[in-house]
Design a protein around this ligand. Structure first.
Ligand code: NAI
Length: 329
């Protein structure tokens, strides 16, 4: 690059991104932070930049990528692991490289998944509110042990494996379904068996054409009555309306979500003074056995500092014209 600095535009920037990234850039990289998410209407902000840095809900479809290419952007640096929001074929056609942070802290997401399970199983969210009001009544707070429960894990990659290690410490019986990975940490089973046997089902697979709405009406029908379903992966793994029907029929006993199919309209911003138009989401909030967090599984000090380090490494490799360790093709 010579002495010219590499210009990197951040999209969907939050305050915590700026405090994590600023001061970390060497002199040859200059960053500008846009709070706007990347989409067709905001893509023009990328004019004059060599690369862009995006997050989970930025739209990187054919149209946006074509625009980026016309604006001179050569690099898409994802500051996340999932890349389901990127049209990789379009990026290839327009000669834009895509890099990501493949594993910033699988334990961060696995531990959050466990936090959701324990909150629902031991009702600590309700207990917290009761005790704040000097209400020490235990009625309605009856929980259940994880010990000896069957936990089904769909997708035994980095996060799934970290999750299984935690569950093994609880003395749970862990089974898993993953067509592409093997592990001695848990027992492999078919998807049908996993649905039939599990007391708790956790989703740790990526969102692909094969996994879109993997949890639908048919899958829910096969599950044990009262099953707990936990999704910390991607919202569209679940057909949310089918889950609402299963919650109403009491088939689904508990639902914990850190991700939601239409989350880009809601998450990562303060909507407390807004009217929320999404009736499906609002219905979910009415159930006492549904717990939702706003895509915070990744959000630990350790994970954020790893995201910064890997993103800088990725950008530096691109600038140096070196092989891209974390390229997605
Ligand atoms: P990974 O690539 O290490 O593991 C994914 C596993 O899913 C692989 O073993 C793969 O073989 C398996 N898989 C693929 N297709 C499958 C299918 N049809 N059925 C069952 N298993 C299948 O990915 P990692 O790092 O464990 O992340 C998993 C997902 O977690 C990511 O794709 C992302 O969507 C989500 N995630 C969520 C975060 C959050 O903040 N809530 C943060 C980071 C990732």
């Amino acid at each position: 690059m010579g002495s010219k600095s590499f210009r990197l535009a951040f999209f969907s920037t939050q305050k915590y991104d700026i405090s994590a990234f600023e001061c970390q850039f060497p002199e040859h990289i200059s960053a500008e932070y846009f709070s706007q998410p990347l989409n067709e209407s905001s893509v023009k902000l990328a004019e004059g930049f060599d690369g862009i840095c995006c997050f989970v809900n930025d739209v990187l479809d054919e149209t946006v990528i074509k625009n980026l290419s016309q604006l001179g952007v050569k690099l898409i640096a994802l500051r996340c692991a999932g890349f389901n929001n990127v049209d990789l074929n379009a990026a290839k056609r327009h000669n834009i490289k895509v890099v990501r942070v493949p594993a910033y802290s699988p334990e961060a997401v696995a531990e959050h998944c466990l936090a959701l399970i324990l909150t629902l199983s031991r009702k600590t969210h309700k207990a917290y509110n009761r005790v704040k009001e000097n209400n020490f009544d235990l009625n309605g707070l009856l929980g259940f042990n994880l010990h000896n429960k069957t936990v089904g894990v769909i997708g035994l990659g980095k996060i799934g494996s970290a999750f299984v290690k935690i569950l093994n410490g609880f003395g749970a019986n862990v089974i898993y379904f993953d067509p592409f990975a093997e592990s001695e940490l848990a027992k492999p089973v078919s998807l049908e068996t996993l649905y039939q046997q599990s007391d708790i089902i956790a989703l740790h697979c990526p969102l692909t054409n094969d996994t879109l709405h993997i949890i639908n009406e048919e899958a829910l029908e096969q599950m044990k009555p009262g099953v707990m379903l936990v999704n910390t992966s991607r919202g569209a793994l679940i057909d949310t309306k089918a889950c609402i029907t299963a919650l109403k029929s009491r088939k689904l006993g508990y639902l914990a979500l850190d991700v939601y199919e239409q989350e880009s309209e809601l998450f990562f911003k303060d909507m407390s003074c807004e009217i929320i138009d999404d009736d499906v989401f609002q219905r979910l909030l009415t159930f006492p056995n549904v717990l939702i967090t706003g895509h915070q599984g990744f959000f630990t000090k350790e994970a954020v500092s790893e995201i910064v380090a890997t993103t800088l490494h990725n950008v530096n490799e691109f600038i140096a014209n070196s092989p891209l360790t974390n390229e997605v093709k």
